[in-house]
Ligand binder design. Structure first.
Ligand SMILES: [Cu+2]
Length: 69
């Protein structure tokens, strides 16, 4: 598994955590997702043969959060 970490603005509570974990989980090839509210980071494991960082980023943004950088 590869892994990618994004700095994400706008996450505030467990609802945000669940929405992001669910959205990333629906992408084929993704694995564990760790949302760190305190440090505003989302880390996702993924199989580089099936998916890449771009669609994972898009899944976060589609939920209404801003990916920084
Ligand atoms: Cu929230």
């Amino acid at each position: 598994m590869d892994s990618v970490t994004f700095n994400v603005d706008g996450m505030s509570c467990e609802h945000c955590v669940k929405a992001i974990v669910k959205a990333i989980g629906e992408l084929p090839g993704t694995g564990d997702v760790i949302v760190d509210l305190e440090n505003k980071k989302v880390t996702a494991a993924f199989d580089g043969g099936k998916v890449s960082a771009g669609p994972i980023r898009a899944a976060i943004e589609d939920q209404g959060y801003d990916v920084i950088g």
